[in-house]
Design a protein around this ligand. Sequence first.
Ligand code: ADP
Length: 314
Amino acid sequence: MRKKILVLGNSNVDFVFRIPRFHHPGETILAESLVTFFGGKGANQAITAKRLGGNVHFITKVGNDLYGKSYRHHLIKNGLDQKLILKDKKLPTGTAVIELTPKGENRIIAFLGANGSLSVNDLKRLERYWKGVDVFVTQLEIPFPTVEKGLKMAKEEGALTLLNPSPPVPLPSHVLSSVDFIVPNEVEAQYLTGIKWKGDREIRKMAEKFLDQGVKNVVITLGSKGLFFKNRSEEVWMNAFRVNVIDTTAAGDAFLGALASGLSENKPIREVLRFANGAGALATTKLGAQPSLPSRRDLNMFLKRIEVGKTKRS
Ligand code: ADP
């Protein structure tokens, strides 16, 4: 039987406006285009793990509005269980307004909305769905007490826990010691460890600091430079796959979803990392968050075809 993956996290509607320039207070400008995407780290990671063939359950909360309704349909269409898609009666669905200029700069206004009311009590009400969870995945775009409770419930079930500490906040030691895999990017790892990145040496130091704080395994994603993995017995540097990059949005989420999916299949760690590295790379080859999340077939074909890039680290 396929192992059970439980993802706890946010769902967001992203409005991407292409604008000629950032405008001034009081000024109105016309956007050149508007694209609306379903996004949010939680949903992106759950959908990736599902597309890669995982037995995925996703706990999230949307608003009692039109976007909430369409997001619910979207998640159900992607094979996720509607009973775990909660609804806040008052708050709107989580939203991000993203402004993009021709120079490639962006400005983002995000509102947690219903994600901000995903509570400890909600998790208690859904307790029966935690039974038999093998792999648990969460991030920090929902209230912190809910993340803490989620990790605790997962550990009580004996699950392997994955934390994507994004956006980063200081993590107490009882949280760190309940994490089997912490998966920050370079910037998040710098913030959380207080170690300034200069090169490979500091990346290793960051990982060691997490291990000293009780985390069992560390995966630091390095964007176009690939990844670094470390635990108490093994260390792996892996270059990124060389691809034609269109948009790096959700590369980290594709990576997380694939990591969860690979771990749920008991693959050896190097194989799991290669799988996640491939999913992250593939996600950069298409525009938007969820449209770019790879399927199992695409990822398998890609991994068969491609050679590891010769990109140099640092
Ligand atoms: P985040 O999106 O969270 O900032 P990263 O930028 O570190 O995370 O990307 C996550 C993973 O996606 C990387 O470890 C790598 O596997 C893949 N990836 C990201 N950018 C590229 C790229 N330009 N080329 C190939 N792979 C990439």
